[in-house]
Design a protein around this ligand. Sequence first.
Ligand code: KG4
Ligand code: ZN
Length: 336
Amino acid sequence: MTKIVTLGIESSCDDTSVAVFIDNEVQTNLTASQKIHNDYGGVVPELASRAHQANILPTLDQALEKAQLSIEHIDLIAFTKGPGLLGSLHVGTSFAKGLALALNKPLIGIDHMQGHILAHFIKEPNQELRAPSFPFLCLTVSGGHTQIVHVKDYFDTKIIGSTRDDAAGEAFDKIAKMLKLGYPGGPLIDKMAKKGNPLAFDFPITNLDEYAFSFSGIKTAVMYFLDKQPKGFIEQHMADICASAQHAICKMLLLKIKKAAKDYNIKDIALAGGVSANSYLRVLVDQWAHQKNLRTYYPKIQYCTDNGAMIAIAGYLKYLQGHQDDLSVTAKARLY
Ligand code: KG4
Ligand code: ZN
């Protein structure tokens, strides 16, 4: 059978990422991260779209060069159609549509959250694929979303729980901002927390009905806690504060995935999205899974945070199922 060369384009937030695949195997995954937002403690949408515009073509050129392929080899173009920042999505969408038109190749728009889940099916060259078996549960935790998804097949998925307010990644980012650690906050808190005691301070664990999450309580609790501390206290106890806040966020995530695994009687537990890179969360989930004889799956770190590879694999799998978009496809900030 002839092999399919898929291009994956991701531009939903602040990373311009392009991946080249041959069938389900990643050849290159190149990301141009936007440092420009660091000074603002969060992504500035207008600056993000402009940076995507500047980065997208050079990223594609380099990705193809690294894969030792040229533009004529591309068989399929997959791109993120949403959810995300509309201006940023427009850059990737227009670029993908232009390319599909110029090359006369099929085009597929991908749901970014679906892409995060399907990152589990990215095969590395010369390595066996270790992927969860259907049906599995995926805790998809990013900067904009927190979901528990019941995955019956690649594109047969149901969101059984999501956040009522902030996303888990947003909680990490906002707490890091209060602590003046920088952006994105998740990896910075993760690193700082390694030197701290997760039980040093008692931050609240919100436990809503069923599989619903809420992270606004911990954010506010940390804010009040920091407000009332004497001068120098925060700097002195930075590692303990980070470890304790991280503990509370991860415990809330664990609580719901535990409940869902029990209720749905599921053996394969997958994590996806930027927060699934968190080292403490992985330890907590693994400890529980080990006790219960469950299997856990985490994407490689570079496929947890936003990347073109997850869009390419999703596009490839969708194409195999006979899907295609025409040029009328548009970017959408919200899909749910
Ligand atoms: O999936 P992602 O790259 O982008 C979105 O779709 O939002 O997720 C970004 C989020 C940010 O909030 C970032 O702080 C968080 O993922 N993140 C982490 C870690 N690495 C990234 N959170 C906790 N621990 C990490 N190691
Ligand atoms: Zn994402």
